[in-house]
Design a protein around this ligand. Structure first.
Ligand code: NAP
Length: 319
């Protein structure tokens, strides 16, 4: 009989991974959750969550703590280590993390996404000195200051709203003439007196000496703004979307991904590799929300449980 560290390795401890851990543990499986960044994932970047059913308003930190405590109370083993690669292992899986290699009978990839870079001159140079990707983490360093937010989705508009309560002024720069963000957030944004929006504009360059001092903007809109325009600012918050975060999966040559690198699954969260599931934002999908990530986690865990019952060949003992 083979020896496994646990029945299921859940990689990533955001809402998808934590929900998968809860469902897998309740199905009687032993579960190891890996996340080198601690638990919570992108939830931790949310100052206020208002669209997770059951909570009129809850902070990302509170929701993360509640999900983590629930998973642990059910017996999930949460290990704060980063997974480097996943590979086949005699019909099961080897997971290589920064603390070693372990074997698991099934794997749920719930590694989420990380923030996309703007890729303009000055961005890399000023990270931590005025360029930020997390308003909730870094906003307080800009108390009473003038900042720029770049992007037009829920993150950018949410960040602009959050920063408007801390900063003297917020300028939101978006490349199109309409927002992608939810209407309710856009309406709140429009009601903020210290928020200005510049539409159909792009940040071309971020400049300064030791810290950010200005953003160079190319304006294509109807406003009679100079273009290029040098906008003095103390900070630039980049919120231009996300890219999938994945450990190395090179050993799985048949694994299907979409053009942007998101994992393609069926509606049961199954990848093209038997026993390997994808859940949450890392999966190719149309709506990335905590609710849809949690739903994926539940589906993937139940499917993994059924897979293990129907594949007794993978039976082993936990070590
Ligand atoms: P997103 O919805 O993909 O929006 C990214 C925004 O950045 C878009 O407006 C896009 O412009 C713009 N953009 C992309 N590349 C750019 C570039 N190189 N230069 C300038 N602008 C660029 O990403 P997100 O706002 O991070 O949200 C990600 C997912 O999480 C979404 O599904 C979102 O609904 C969800 N989310 C939900 C909430 C909530 O429910 N409260 C909060 C945060 C995030 P275009 O519009 O022109 O494409």
């Amino acid at each position: 009989m083979k020896e496994y560290k646990s029945d299921v390795a859940v990689i990533g401890a955001g809402p998808a991974g934590l929900t998968a851990a809860i469902y897998a543990a309740r199905a009687g499986l032993s579960v190891t959750v890996f996340d080198g960044n601690g638990t919570g994932g992108q939830m931790l970047l949310a100052h206020e969550i208002e669209n997770y059913a059951g909570f009129k308003k809850i902070s990302g930190m509170e929701l993360s703590d509640a999900m983590t405590a629930q998973a642990q109370a059910l017996g999930a083993d949460i290990t704060f280590s980063s997974v480097l690669s996943v590979s086949p292992n005699d019909g099961a899986f080897s997971v290589t993390s920064d603390v070693g290699v372990s074997a698991h009978r099934a794997v749920i990839l719930a590694t989420g996404t990380s923030r996309r870079k703007l890729s303009v001159p000055g961005e890399e140079e000023f990270i931590g000195r005025g360029v930020s990707y997390c308003a909730v983490c870094d906003g307080r360093f800009f108390t009473g200051k003038d900042v720029v937010v770049v992007g037009g989705g829920n993150t950018a508009v949410g960040d602009a709203l959050y920063l408007s309560k801390i900063c003297k002024s917020v300028t939101l720069i978006h490349r199109r003439d309409s927002f992608r963000a939810d209407q309710i957030l856009v309406e709140r944004l429009n009601a903020c007196e210290n928020v200005k929006t510049i539409m159909q504009a792009r940040v071309e360059k971020i400049t300064g000496n030791f810290r950010v001092e200005s953003a160079q903007i190319l304006c294509n809109g109807k406003d009679t703004l100079p273009s290029p325009m040098i906008l003095p600012t103390d900070g630039v918050f980049v919120a231009v979307g996300s890219v999938p975060t994945l450990p190395s999966l090179e050993a799985f040559s048949s694994l299907a991904k979409d053009q942007s690198g998101y994992l393609i699954t069926d509606e049961r969260c199954q990848t093209t590799i038997p026993g390997l599931y994808a859940a949450g934002d890392v999966r190719a999908k149309t709506l990335r929300q905590i609710a849809t990530a949690s739903a994926d986690g539940a589906i993937a865990a139940v499917e993994a449980s059924e897979f293990l019952v129907s594949h007794p060949k993978n039976k082993g003992t936990a070590v």
